[in-house]
Ligand binder design. Sequence first.
Ligand code: ADP
Ligand code: MG
Length: 618
Amino acid sequence: MTKEAKRKGIEIGAGLLLYLIAWGVSEYAQMNRMVETALFLLPYAALSATTYRDTILSVIKHRVFDENILMIIATAGAFFVGRNKEAVGAMLFYQAGKMVEELSLSRTKKSIAEFIDIRPEYANLKVGNTEKVVPPQELQERQIIVLRPGEKIPVDAIVTVGSGTIDMKAITGESKPREVKAGDRLYSGCINLSGVLEARVARIYNDSTAARIMRLVENANEKKSDSVHFADKFTRYYTPIVILIALMTVILPPMMFVEAGGEWIFRGLVILVAACPCGLMVSIPMAFLGGIGAASKQGVLIKGGTFLEELPRVDTFVFDKTGTLTEGVFHVQKVFPHKMAEDELLEVAALGEAYSMHPIAQSLREAYGRRLDISRVDGLKDYPGYGVRVYVDGREVYIGNSRLMNRQGLYYQPVKEIGTAVHVAVDGNYAGYILISDVIRKDAKKLVRWLHKRNLATVMLTGDNERVAEDVAKEIGIDSVYAELMPEDKVEQLEEFMESQMEGEKLAFIGDGINDAPVLARADIGIAMGGLGADAALEAADIILMEDEPARIINAIKISQATLRSVKQNMIFAIGMKVILIMLAFFGYVTMQNAIFADMAVMLINILNSFWMMKYPE
Ligand code: ADP
Ligand code: MG
């Protein structure tokens, strides 16, 4: 229980006790009105002292007129017209409602923290031939740790000895265990299922996956969504309007009818209580917390309620090609040497790409397969969107696409086959090309089909050549393609799309976070894939798919729709109930207690509705 809830509990307990005593005494003892009022002021003070203090402070400091004001005016007024019991009773129910609100919000926050409970507690540090149990925070890079079956991985590390299977569910939402062997990466927060592993620490605790994800989810609560802002603005106007209605109820009818003014004053006060929007206020943040929690359970990290709210408004999905719609793992189709042995060409290409992070570079190194003597390589220069320049054995080597060759004024062989050709030139002489091709991700088609069924547009941006781009787009079913773009062209193209959009329509960009961080940051919603390992993606993106599966976007959209639906339902229900209650109060059919009791019921139903959403997001 939170401190706030505990304090409320004590206040309510004391208030209830004093209330019963006051009630009993006033029933059996004859006393004048002043004494009786004083008697009931005791429980009233116990129940509302802190509310008075907080409300007065917030009005002075922030000019916030919230539901507390309504309650204070109404109950103070009730005392004034001699309805002591009602005043205390209403305040009692009100505080009880506030406590339920406090409890359910903290429960939701806790359950989010719980089901992303990925905090590792200890690590087995290898010291000489023995082991020492240490807190994960104390581990240093390059130290060796030991992992036994059932243990949580304390920091990001690389397996040095042994093999086994890892349960990644807590991080990626993927239930199938992953096999690891020496050389593979381990991510903190995952669980070692079988096999004893030794691993070298790759990142200290704070930079490791688990700590970073927990920071992200915790901060997500702070970015308020539009709906929450709406609720804030709503009370700003709502409260004064309600006070006005109550005032008119007090003033107008007695002027028109002959009925007693006292009765109408009381009805005005009941209207204030009936209008209390507590049930509405609590259900909105509840729904968003629930949505973020449900998504993180499925391996989708959402950095704030805003994105949950904007996702269903996206009408254009823009994709990066390499690494996003395709696996980014290229296979060599053909080696086409020019005045050079085939093997030598592959070796030069692999050496030249020794230091590059690009998926093409990785694939060339793998295709070569042998150990690279990196002391032969020197002076790498990256040309994003073109390729690289590098010195191998002191010879100047250019590796990249035809654009790079044109730019350097180098001769190259035109390529007929479909595929990505990597041209190589050594000391100004053409050395041939290596034709590689990528594999389309299995679920990319599924995602695009799903989006098209809902009449959403799909676009692909790529730095690769026209023919490969067309080929991939046709295979997947993407609407339109823009090829041979430099990284900065991608941003420009995206801005053009965004300008042509209508008010309220949103655009999402989905990339793998490698050299498309600027586009991710520029889009209304940047969605990055492969949250594991890619630092740039975690920083620049708004939504992160922990696993390299574009189709997870479908889950994210469904969850955000369910969240908004529950927010809407709650709002309509709560506002409808308020209108009915205010009317009943006007005609004198509700007491103060019943009015606040009805609001509690609205709140409970709304909370249940939000919880339901979190448990069963379709
Ligand atoms: P994408 O939009 O498909 O992710 P990039 O902007 O990363 O593409 O790269 C565009 C093109 O530039 C690639 O298709 C490739 O032809 C060339 N290129 C970029 N980096 C390299 C590299 N390190 N080695 C060879 N070619 C490269
Ligand atoms: Mg890319």
